[in-house]
Design a binder for this molecule. Sequence first.
Ligand code: F0G
Length: 458
Amino acid sequence: MQLPFAESYKIKMVETIKKSTREDRKQWIKDAHYNLFNLKSEQVFIDLLTDSGTGAMSDKQWSELMLGDESYAGASSYYKMKKSIKDILGFDYFLPTHQGRAAENVLFSVLVKEGMIVPGNSHFDTTKGHIEFRKATAIDCTIDEAFDTSVMHDFKGNVDLNKLEKILLNNPIEKIPMIIMTITNNSAGGQPVSMQNLREVYAMSRKYGVRVVFDSARFAENAYFIKKREEGYADKSIKEIVKEMFSYTDAMTMSSKKDAIVNMGGFIGFKNEDLFKQASVFGIMFEGYITYGGMSGRDMNALAQGLNEGTEFDTLDTRVQQVAFLGQRLKDFGVPLQEPFGGHAIFVDAKRFLPQVPKEEFLAQTLAIELYIEAGVRCVEIGAILADRDPITRENRFPELELLRLAIPRRTYTNNHMEYVAVALGNVYSRRNEIKHGVKIVKESPIMRHFTVELERL
Ligand code: F0G
């Protein structure tokens, strides 16, 4: 008999999580203005809000904390992180930052000016925020297959090369400071980008003389999918695949809270010394001196170790299989999902789940509220609230995909927890026809409104 799937770790420390009643949760979510970011963590039983900074560090990472060097300049922890970045990703220059959006802030302070255009496969919300904040435009050149959740495609994270080339052809090249490839593509459902696509984008970038930057938060999961799905990679190690991926970029931003499995941290990797030097000026201003940039020595140590573990096949196999386990159980209940399943999360297609609710009433947010009330599971809307208003017309933007994201923290929950989540959402699905209305916005901020928005149920 074939042996079943089992985790590649055992548990050394546990943390209590609290159950609650439906009545408690109805009151708490009302008090939170129907915004799940406003809930206290103890009001949540299983927290699938994000896989960012919520993973469990290993015994080796915790040991590294004790070895942290907290010197202001030239700390050994900085050199440990530098070696890890060079050995695993191949970058000669790097700047630590306190998290991914800080890396974007520092790099874009050099590169992005008013009136510029930044194309990519799909920009994450903080990336788009940092571009639009500088009065530039972020354009998603996502492949059309990504917008149909029922279409199977191995690499739904790919950029559409025709859409990209049109932008490069139709605009003055000095107005395009970079092409951003987000790996994996979070907004399209944690979907990977193929090696071939990365190679082709790089070739196009050389032809037009534009820089490529990888938004690399989940680069290791991307490498795992290349190994599993792309011809010619089955026998390569994750680390070999990662090296090739990063040979097709000029720079990278990293939120280390994902695939480097730390609770806080980030960095920018550069191949070009001149760009590194220009960015260092902003790094020092916003983050801290170049050998710590917003991180403590102990955290740089844990990050260096985490990069190594995060690019091990067994770590990734355990993770991606757990995500797929949740996906399969939800599918068994008939819940409509983005397929194939993503690397870090399962994305529920709210338009197919609640076709009777008008899009102006924020379907995915409505589902997030229902799931919380059902079982104390917290997840996040990746839909019209997140999409913000158009910066010029101020009209609501309604993206093609209205998704509910169940993000799985790394090495944190068991498959029993996944089963609990699947049954909870299955229950909501069974009573979906009773959900006739969604929510309306009562208060919102002008940019990145989803974090603080206040809502009322209709
Ligand atoms: N890029 C991508 C693709 C991301 O998913 C994130 C964060 C960032 C950049 C920003 O990094 O949070 O360290 O500042 N994503 C988290 C999420 C918040 O829940 O998907 P950060």
